[in-house]
Design a protein around this ligand. Structure first.
Ligand SMILES: [Ca+2]
Ligand SMILES: [Ca+2]
Length: 318
């Protein structure tokens, strides 16, 4: 009995010594390459120590496998524009949005809001200041007209065959010609109208009165909005719309022209476009789906198949 106990104690001691050796051996193997600076992570990567090794992870705003990291150009996609409604500026590891003159960046760092110039010193106007989207204008009280500097007002009682004459009729700037008459001019960003007196607004002044995008047309500036926003009924302001509203408005449309526009837009979007065959079949359903109600089941499949083949051919080869 005593011999057996002695043998058991010996075995237990030997086992404990073996486990201890293993533990000591494994504990001394790991070296923290990150704190010792012996890692080869890129300067724009974060080094993370792991048992017996380490990992390199590119910092936020950079892409790569860690040994090499490069800046992500958030402004690259012209359509999304980094989510900026006016201008997007790419910077290393980040990006920032800026706004056109007459606008200021909103708290979300992406939207642009009109600056109310009239709040500060009445916009420099001598009499009346009227704030507009992206700009402002001075006006004069009854009996006065606006001078060429567009800020001070001149009393109408000053008469004469020149620009001081109250009836010169120029909307913006009156110039006296060498022949003794008057010629009207417009402030920068405006065009002289056909009557040679009025001035038409263009996108070059105060962004054409548009909050987001502006396009010059024959009838004047036409406003548009960044993709996350919808145009307000005032035709100038942009209001946020949620994703659900965007989707429902996309699928409620019925005209072929609208579908065509959306197909083009989705193709431009890069990251989010549908696979081409799926896109074509969607297009086909819009165009040919209506025929279902006019015939038997087989005639629907006949027309659907014919259209699908046609649009697949068009989409794949053009
Ligand atoms: Ca960047
Ligand atoms: Ca303004």
């Amino acid at each position: 009995m005593g011999t057996v106990c002695f043998a058991r104690r010996c075995c237990l001691l030997l086992a404990l010594a073996w486990v201890g050796r293993l533990a000591a051996g494994s504990g001394s193997a790991d070296v923290d390459e990150c704190t010792e600076g012996t890692d080869d992570c890129h300067i724009d990567a974060i080094c993370q120590n792991t048992p017996k090794s380490y990992k390199c992870i590119c910092k936020p705003g950079y892409k790569g496998e860690g040994k090499q990291c490069e800046d992500i150009d958030e402004c690259e996609n012209d359509f999304y524009n980094g989510g900026c409604v006016h201008e997007c500026i790419n910077i290393p590891g980040n990006y920032r949005c800026t706004c056109y003159d007459g606008f200021m960046l909103a708290h979300d760092g992406h939207n642009c809001l009109d600056v109310d110039e009239c709040q500060d010193n009445n916009g420099g106007c001598q009499q009346i200041c009227v704030n507009t989207m992206g700009s402002y204008e001075c006006q004069c009280k009854e009996g006065f007209f606006l001078s060429d500097n567009q800020h001070t007002c001149i009393h109408r009682s000053i008469e004469g065959m020149n620009c001081m004459n109250k009836d010169h009729g120029c909307a913006h700037i009156c110039r006296e010609t060498p022949k003794g008459g008057v010629a009207c001019e417009c402030r920068p960003g405006f065009e002289l109208a056909k009557n040679q007196k009025d001035c038409k607004l263009t996108c070059n002044y105060g962004n054409g009165g548009c909050q987001h995008t502006c396009d010059d047309t024959d009838t004047g500036p036409v406003c548009g909005c960044h993709q996350k926003y919808a145009l307000h009924s005032d035709g100038r302001t942009c209001i946020e719309k949620d994703e659900a509203a965007i989707e429902s408005s996309e699928y409620n449309a019925t005209s072929v022209a609208d579908v065509d526009k959306r197909v083009k837009r989705r193709l431009l979007m890069g990251n989010t476009f549908l696979p081409l065959p799926l896109l074509c079949s969607h297009f086909c359903l819009y165009v040919c789906g209506g025929r279902f109600s006019f015939g038997l089941i087989w005639s629907f499949w006949f027309w659907f198949g014919l259209c699908l083949a046609f649009f697949l051919f068009v989409c794949l080869f053009f």
